[in-house]
Structures are given as structure tokens and as C-alpha cells.
Design a protein around this ligand. Sequence first.
Ligand SMILES: [Zn+2]
Length: 208
Amino acid sequence: MDQIKIGKFIAACRKEQGMTQAVLAEKLGISDRAVSKWETGKSLPDTGIMLELCGLLSINDNELVSCERIVTETYNKKAEENLLAMRQEIEEKNKLMLNLEIVIGAPATIAGLALCAVAAYIEMPTWLRAGLITFAVIMIIAVAFIAVGIEQKAGYYECQICHDRHIPTYWQTNLAPHIGRKRYMKCPACGKRSYQKKVLEGPDLNNL
Ligand SMILES: [Zn+2]
């Protein structure tokens, strides 16, 4: 048995119970130095004291003896939590990016259309009119390219046939006909074409 692991387990359980080493020692009628020695892996609790110790730590003796298993379980749970947090972070970031697409795209489109309206309805020299319209069109196209870049990087596209989730290349995304954020593209998994839905959640991270 790994004494250090057991020591750490005892320390963790003690803290969970809100006890100091001194308090635990006092309850067991031993010195706090002895508790400190267990927790640093320098010694193991006597078998005679085991049952009482387990009671105070709210664990059964089986759990103490097999604390390695429990430590592993705790570790797995932690890893699972980390994975979940990571996934949430990615989704959060993707959501922000998609909002950014609207924040950048909408005003630029409106400004561009407004410029065209000004050029069309207000008296001005032809060169200025042409200049304004050219500027507006270039701006709208440039922003559209940026927006598609954001959309391509944020989240995934889901095939409507096999439900595979994947990230297409920039040009695949840009050249695909779309309705809103749904894009008509070929699925890399099943090879069929469908209007692929934008989703924030990716393929199962466990399978990566
Ligand atoms: Zn597919």
C-alpha cells in the first residue's frame, strides 16, 4: 500500500470534516505528531485505532484500506470536471465570437447601405458618387469575409444526414450557399451534401 497516498487521503478526509490535526488527535487520544506522521506518509495508523479513525473521518474501513481506489475515483471526477469546464469555456468563447460576427457585420452592412443611399439620392459629382459606392461595396465585402472567418472558427457544423460535427475550411465555408448560418456543404464523414447546422458544442471531447 502506498503510505503517502493513504496519508494524503486521511488529510483530505480530516479537512472535509473540518478538523485540525490537533482536534483529530485529541478525539483519538493520541498525539498530533502521530496524526502528522500518518498524513505525511511516515507511518500508518495502528489497526487498533483504525475503526475509530474511520468513524471520525466518516469513511468505512474498506474505504481507508482501499483509499487508492478512492483517490483514483476522486481524480477521475476532477478530470471529468475539468473536461466539462474546458468544454463550457470553448462554448462560451464560440458564443462570444458569433456575437462578435453580428456586432461587426450588422453596423458595417447598415453603414454600407446608408452610404449607397446617400450616393443614390443626394446631388453630388459623379466621381464622388462612384467613390462612395465603391467604398461601401468594398467595406461590405471585406466585413463579410471577416464575418465568415469568425463563423467558420466558432463552433462546428453538423451534417443533417449523419450528424457528424466538424470544422470546414475557410473557403469551404465562404463558398458554401447559406441560409442564415446553415451552410450547404459536403460532409467529410458521410460525403453527402446537406444544409449543415451551426452548433457550438463539438464532437465528444472524450473521443478526441
Ligand atoms: Zn454526414
